[in-house]
Each structure stands twice: as structure tokens, then as C-alpha cells.
Design a protein around this ligand. Structure first.
Ligand SMILES: Nc1ncnc2c1ncn2[C@@H]1O[C@H](COP(=O)(O)OP(=O)(O)O)[C@@H](O)[C@H]1O
Ligand SMILES: O=C(O)[C@H](O)C(=O)COP(=O)(O)O
Length: 422
């Protein structure tokens, strides 16, 4: 296997988001969970997206795991490495985007890395280094209340600089508009000036193709699925990938019971849960009871097993910012987050042991806990449910999954997903 593109994603929903984007762009793509075992049988593909649960762990751990992934990808001839981060740049000042980018860049002998979370298809745009979510700056968007990575500075040059050993520069939209050579020349100039990373503006889809072509002039880049799209288009345009004709057939229907789990507290997910209440039974976990040691997970699983024979159910821990803040104040942000993720993972295991073969999970960290508990090694990428969210089929057993990024999906996402998981 000689890969055109090797990707290291810092969470599992982001990995499937990127795998979806690359597949749509014509790259034969597989998503793995963690660094694959050497004997893991993988189809012949153009790109592999290695999913790590590294977004909210200590930076030195994130660097070590990302380096392991890079070594596995390089051993399979990866022509370029993309470190996939969130389109809303989810990270804290102690966070990992800077340290991982520095490490991958230095290991590859690259002087500077292009960095952009822009993904216009999902209304993530970057202008003069400032990230916008829809019409509002990042720090005024719901992401300012994220339970683990509250984003309170929209200026990504500042945000990345606070995390990085290297200085950080800017590739502004005026330079991007001049094309890939101008962007590459700007990267050279910034590197000469001692910068190790450069936030690149992008507002329209066409900006992504320019950035992808420029990023390919170096071994390593960092970005969200928008940069993945640009890289894919550049690889096809350069003749380094022959675009796959159509969506690969993911095989026969699986059927059987279905369930949805929501750990994301994003505004989008809260709305989707509310809409789901009209079409399926919904049980809301009580985090206080859970964190006080009550068997909330066992009770929720028993509730679900009584109902899944009649149709899909949804179990959610999700809550609004004030309720999340109250739980975190009492039990601690990380302790609360990890305990709730563990409960969701236990529920998922119980549901699958009880026959569920179609599972929708909302939330990146939540998806990571669930998929790790189920011990799933890899996924093939199926049809897109909503921008950034594909149907996934497991490679080691017959299951459909959808791992929904917290902020993605339309109002009826849960019902939409199940319709595409026959
Ligand atoms: N009611 C709640 N109170 C506090 N934390 C919560 C609650 N529900 C979920 N969480 C935690 O919030 C985090 C949500 O992160 P994640 O699953 O990545 O969602 P998103 O994709 O929206 O970022 C997880 O750590 C989860 O355990
Ligand atoms: O928004 C993105 O780029 C990705 O889909 C992603 O990383 C989402 O992370 P989340 O934790 O699931 O919101």
C-alpha cells in the first residue's frame, strides 16, 4: 500500500468527517481507530485517516500518539501528512494543536506548516486569521461554552502561538487570492522569518484548492476537513490520485435494533435531541445521580432494552451551558466529562450485546469512548447523512455507525441517520 495522503485526526467524529470529505472528493479512504496493528487487513486505498482520542488529553501524550500514527502512515508511503483538527479549532491554551504540529513538522524536517480550520461548507471561514462560525466570530459563538475546550479567542494566530514553541504567522486572503505559488512563497518568507506555522485565510471553497496545492509543497499540514478537501483536489489535479468512480458499495442491509447516544452539549445536538423526542423514546441521564454513584447507566440500559424491539431509542446526557457548568463546578470538568463518557460507553456495550447493530453517537469525545469500548478497529465510509457526517460500516463485524460531530447535522439528524443505515 502506498498512500497519497496520511491523516491523523484528534477525535473520532472529526476523523469520520474528514474521511467523508476525502471520499466525496474521489479518494478511496478508510478510517482506522487508533494506530492499526500491522496485521490489520485494509483495502487498497489512497488515504487512511487514523482516529485518535487526543484532542483533550495532555499535550505530551497527544504528541506521542500522533508520532506513532505518523510512523505507521510513513511506513506505508504517505506522500503528505494532514493533522486533522476541529473546524472550530477546539483546544485549550494547554492544548495540542501547536505541540502536535510542531512535532510532526520537525520530525519531517519541514520548516513551516500551513494551518487552517476553514471549512466553508459548514460555515467555518477564516479572515485575517480570525475564525468565524457562521456570521459570528468564534469567541461569540456557542463554542465559547464548550464543556472541554471553550473557545474564547477568535484570533487563531494568537491561539496557536500560545500553544506552540514556534512563532506563528499569517497568510492573508489577498495572498490566497493570488494562487498556490503566492501562498508557497509566503510560507517560504515566513519560515525565513523564523515562523514554524502559518494560519491561512479561506472564505470560499476555491480558496481551499489553492491552500491544498500550496500545502502539498511540504510534507505536513494542519487543518480541518476543508484543508482535506483542498489536498484531495490538489492530489487529483496533480495526477497523484485517480479519482474513484463512485461511492463504494458497502454491502447488504444489516437491519436489527437501532439506538442513538448523545453526549455532545452543542447547540445543534440539543436541538436535534428535542426533535428526536417527536419520533422516538428519549431518556435523559441525570449527571448528578451518575456522578454521585447511582447506576444511571444500568437504569438507562434497562430502559432501552425494554424498547428497542419496537423501534429506535435515544439516550442523552446533553445539557445546556448553565447545567453543564453546575455539574463541572461540583464534580470537576474532567472528572464529570470522563465519568459521563464512561457511562455512555457502558450503555453502548450493553446495547450491542443486546443486539443493536445500528448505532448513532453524537459528540467527538463521546464517540471515542463508545468506539473504544466496543473495540472497533476500522470503518469503511458510506453515504453522507449531513455535511461532515457519513454512515460508517465496521470492518470486523456487521454494524452501521454514525459518529456525529457535535456541531454538525440538520434538525432531524437522528432520524435522517437511521434512514441511511438499513
Ligand atoms: N450534562 C453534562 N454535564 C457535563 N458534562 C457533560 C454533560 N453531558 C456530556 N458532558 C461531557 O461533555 C463532553 C462533550 O464532548 P463531545 O462528546 O466531544 O461533544 P462535542 O462533539 O459537542 O464536542 C464530554 O466529555 C461529555 O462527557
Ligand atoms: O468540526 C470538525 O472539524 C470536526 O467534525 C470535529 O472535529 C468535530 O469535533 P466534535 O468534538 O465532534 O465537535
Amino acid at each position: 500500500m502506498t498512500l497519497a495522503l496520511g491523516c491523523i485526526a484528534d477525535d473520532y467524529t472529526g476523523a469520520s468527517d474528514l474521511a467523508n470529505t476525502l471520499t466525496k472528493a474521489g479518494l478511496r479512504t478508510v478510517q482506522t481507530i487508533g494506530v492499526p496493528a500491522d496485521d490489520l487487513a485494509l483495502p487498497e486505498v489512497d488515504a487512511v485517516v487514523v482516529s485518535l482520542k487526543s484532542r483533550s488529553i495532555p499535550a505530551e501524550e497527544a504528541v506521542a500518539r500522533s508520532r506513532e500514527a505518523a510512523a505507521w502512515l510513513n511506513a506505508r508511503g504517505a506522500g503528505h501528512l494532514l493533522f486533522k483538527v476541529c473546524s472550530t479549532f477546539d483546544s485549550t491554551d494547554a492544548g495540542n494543536i501547536g505541540p502536535v504540529t510542531d512535532a510532526l513538522r520537525e520530525d519531517a524536517g519541514v520548516g513551516i506548516a500551513l494551518v487552517t480550520p476553514a471549512f466553508p461548507e459548514t460555515a467555518r471561514t477564516v479572515y485575517l486569521g480570525h475564525l468565524f462560525v457562521g456570521a459570528v466570530p468564534l469567541a461569540e459563538s456557542p463554542l465559547k461554552d464548550h464543556p472541554l475546550n471553550p473557545m474564547r479567542d477568535s484570533n487563531l494566530v494568537r491561539v496557536l502561538a500560545r500553544q506552540s514553541r514556534a512563532e506563528v504567522g499569517l497568510i492573508d486572503l489577498a495572498t490566497v487570492a493570488q494562487g498556490a505559488e503566492a501562498v508557497s512563497a509566503r510560507l517560504d518568507a515566513l519560515a525565513k522569518d523564523g515562523k514554524g506555522a502559518a494560519i491561512a485565510d479561506a472564505v470560499l471553497d476555491r480558496d481551499l484548492a489553492v491552500l491544498g496545492a500550496a500545502a502539498l509543497t511540504r510534507k505536513v499540514s494542519t487543518g480541518a476537513s476543508g484543508l482535506g478537501l483542498g489536498l484531495a483536489r490538489a492530489l487529483v489535479a496533480a495526477g497523484r490520485v485517480a479519482p474513484a468512480a463512485a461511492q463504494a458499495d458497502l454491502g447488504p442491509a444489516i437491519g436489527g435494533p437501532a439506538a442513538c447516544l448523545a453526549g455532545s452539549c452543542s447547540q445543534a445536538t440539543l436541538g436535534q435531541i428535542a426533535r428526536a423526542e417527536a419520533v422516538m423514546p428519549v431518556r435523559r441521564l441525570d449527571p448528578a445521580r451518575l456522578l454521585a454513584g447511582e447506576d444511571e447507566a444500568g437504569a438507562a440500559l434497562a430502559w432501552a432494552m425494554e424498547r428497542i424491539g419496537h423501534g429506535p431509542v435515544l439516550i442523552a446526557s446533553s445539557a445546556g451551558p448553565e447545567d453543564v457548568a453546575a455539574v463541572q463546578a461540583k464534580y470537576g470538568r474532567d472528572a464529570a466529562g470522563h465519568a459521563i463518557e464512561a457511562a455512555m460507553a457502558r450503555i453502548a456495550e450493553g446495547l450491542v450485546n443486546g443486539g443493536v447493530r445500528r448505532l448513532v453517537v453524537a459528540g467527538g469525545e463521546t464517540s471515542g469512548a463508545v468506539v473504544d469500548r466496543l473495540g472497533l478497529p476500522a470503518f469503511r465510509v458510506g453515504p453522507e447523512i449531513a455535511a461532515g457526517v457519513p454512515v460508517l460500516r465496521t470492518t470486523d463485524r456487521d454494524m452501521w455507525l454514525a459518529l456525529k460531530s457535535g456541531n454538525f447535522g440538520g434538525p432531524d439528524f437522528f432520524a435522517d441517520a437511521l434512514r441511511l443505515m438499513p
